[in-house]
Design a protein around this ligand. Structure first.
Ligand code: 5GP
Ligand code: ZN
Length: 112
């Protein structure tokens, strides 16, 4: 989609620190980390704007994203656990309208 930052990252038009990529998803470090480890995992296709639109039709993709997150958490040494956040809509502070999941690790504070 034109004018979508994450679509541009997928296409390589905006540089990013990529950790993982396959046919369906890409994972890269957040440019403004909110935790010691802050990675974004996104579907390559601009299929949904936010988690609010997820239906059963996307079940396999969403499960795959969570599998990738768990694999990355292992590789990043997050043995004590991690947090997955997805902001949906303005009240949650969503700024990029391309479905994405934040993988947060390291010392985390309480949830807002
Ligand atoms: P949201 O607030 O929509 O849930 O999350 C969007 C995230 O994208 C933010 O944490 C923000 O720091 C990150 N972000 C925005 N622009 C870029 C960029 O150009 N590169 C990277 N790596 N992250 C970005
Ligand atoms: Zn997009």
């Amino acid at each position: 989609m034109d004018n979508c930052i994450f679509c541009k990252i997928v296409k390589g038009e905006i540089p990013s620190r990529k950790l993982y990529e396959d046919e369906q998803v890409v994972a890269f470090y957040d440019v403004a980390p909110a935790a010691p480890v802050h990675v974004l995992v996104i579907p390559k296709e601009h299929i949904l704007e936010s988690a609010r639109e997820i239906t059963g039709a996307y079940g396999a993709l969403i499960a795959h994203i969570y599998e990738v997150i768990a694999k990355l958490a292992d590789e990043l040494g997050l043995t004590g656990g991690y947090r997955v956040v997805t902001n949906a809509g303005p009240d949650a502070g969503q700024t990029v309208m391309h479905l994405h999941f934040h993988l947060l690790g390291g010392k985390l504070g309480p949830m807002a």
